[in-house]
Design a protein around this ligand. Sequence first.
Ligand code: NAD
Length: 246
Amino acid sequence: MNEKLKIVADRIKNAKKLVVLTGAGISKASGIPTFRGKDGLWSKYSPSELATYEAFSKNPKLVWQWYNYRRKIIKEAKPNPAHYALVELEKMFGDNFALITQNIDSLHKRAGNKNVYELHGNIFETKCLICDKIYFDDKIYSDDELPPKCVYCGGKTRPNVVWFGENLDRDILDKAMSLAAQCDVMLVVGTSGMVQPAASLPKITHDIKGVVFEFNTEYSGVSVYAEEVIIGKSEESLPELVKLLK
Ligand code: NAD
């Protein structure tokens, strides 16, 4: 891993614009299960059966119970060394650093990153389907309070996250695509590269002749665009990388 990390560090030292794309793998060491792993109580459901509008219309209580359960885990979780390593990278690159995440757990912001684009929303926001308000909500509900009512109008609510089959916020997606097209180095961390359109961002960077480096415990759907794939846990490899840059 070290030889490869040196190659990555040397290239990053000369980078003009650095973009990082993260997925659920970066938060695994914080105790937040990925979608591909086993998730105890909920393992009998596949996330793709719960994180959809169809599932929500059929059984809003069940879908809210799942988000309530995940919210509790995420609320208790803390950023891990991989999150903090990305804060160090932002300090080094300043305005020439951007972080695009598929995660809904806020851990990048809680670690201290500032220029963060949350492609798939945030589990600590609730959206009212009646009055359209989106508001901060980190409450852990008791079962009989689910599904929760809008704090403004009492209407039906949903978690403000993007479900499978739904469109991403257009402004955030446009920004992410232009960041991918303008950077000369992209780091891709802990994503299976199976969820579109996020998975197309490394291809954009690759196609405009930027360099993509991947950090994952295994090869993924986007490894093909990477000049180097650093196989290992990102909570170990990213702090090592930062050490080499200092
Ligand atoms: P994924 O679950 O599909 O894939 C996780 C990836 O992380 C895998 O490729 C795995 O090999 C890798 N990985 C596991 N442990 C790692 C580690 N310690 N270091 C580096 N890599 C590691 O996740 P995804 O690609 O982000 O896509 C699934 C969807 O799941 C996204 O839409 C995301 O919003 C959602 N999700 C988010 C969270 C979260 O917010 N933390 C958690 C679960 C799922």
